[in-house]
Every structure is written in C-alpha cells, then in structure tokens.
Design a protein around this ligand. Structure first.
Ligand SMILES: [Cu+2]
Length: 177
C-alpha cells in the first residue's frame, strides 16, 4: 500500500513536470512568433472588380492611443491603373492614406492627398514602415484577435468593405513568407 502511493506520487510528479516543460516551450514559441501571424489568421482575399485585396491587418493599440495603422496588399488585374483615395471605419473618426518620408533626419508620415496609385497589372502594398492606412481618433483600443471593418475607397473600383484582423502590437505581416 505504501509503495503504491509512492509510485502514484512519483507518477504525478513526472506528469506535472512534463506538463510544466510543455507549457514553457509553448509560451516561448508564442513569444518568438508573436510578430508573424499564422496562415490560420489570414483572411480570404477579397475581390472588388479587378482588384484583389489580401492580408489585411492592423495592430493592437494601447489604451488611450489615438491612431492605428492599417495594412493590406492590393493587386490590380486590370489594364487600367486605379487609385486608393481614402476610407472609413466604424472604429475611427477618419481613415487616411499616409506615406513615410524623411524630413531632414526625421522620419515623418503625411497624408497622400491624391491617394495611392495601384498600377495596371501591378500591386500596391500598405505595410508597417511604409505607405499605410491611418485610422485616426480611434473610438476604442484595437484588441488583438478582433476584426475591424474598414471601407476602402478607390477612384474606379469604388467602395470596398473588408475586415482587418487585429494582430499583436509588433505584427509586421500577415503574409506567410
Ligand atoms: Cu500615418
């Protein structure tokens, strides 16, 4: 009886140790992979006329943050160029198209008044550190795992609503490289 309980206790100890090790490995993996989202998180590409929009994502924001970024890849299957001229969202007062530009030694962003061209048969990519959508005056923090509806407006294709997946604050891409 005594040896049985000792074996049972040992088995329990081994089980809990291996569980802890597994939990630890898992959290380490989650941490190192936090900036890249898995294929499971990716939205299906959205077709709008001759445009295909894919990999739409935004990033989690801290409470009180006024702005968030929006990133998406736009492919134009037409022989004519189109132009992303703006957008709107229920989670922000305004949505603008911004570019990053060096001003002396300082990287600044500013609104592209004429929007962003999507070349004929080509691609325009909005990405962190580059041209992006700016969600201005957020109505609430963007929470990781949520979906945010954003309507993009194109000169030719018109208005297209799509869902942006909210990734981690440091997400760099939703595309699997
Ligand atoms: Cu911006």
């Amino acid at each position: 009886m005594r040896s049985f309980s000792r074996i049972a206790a040992l088995a329990l100890l081994v089980a809990s140790v291996s569980f802890a090790a597994e939990a630890h490995d898992h959290s380490a993996m989650m941490k190192s992979d936090a900036s890249v989202m898995s294929d499971d998180d990716m939205m299906e590409p959205v077709k709008a006329g001759d445009l295909v929009l894919s990999g739409a994502f935004t990033r989690a924001t801290l409470p009180g943050a006024k702005v968030g970024g929006g990133y998406v890849k736009i492919t134009n299957q037409s022989m004519e160029p189109d132009r992303l001229i703006g957008g709107s969202s229920s989670v922000a007062a305004r949505v603008e198209v911004h570019e990053m530009k060096m001003d002396g030694n300082v990287m600044q962003m500013r609104r592209l008044k004429d929007g962003l061209e999507v070349p004929a048969g080509g691609t325009a990519e909005l990405s962190p550190g580059g041209t992006h959508l700016m969600l201005i005056n957020l109505t609430a923090p963007l929470k990781q795992g949520d979906m945010v509806p954003v309507t993009l407006e194109f000169a030719k294709a018109g208005k297209v609503e799509l869902q942006f997946m909210v990734g981690p604050a440091n997400a760099t891409s939703m595309e699997h490289n």
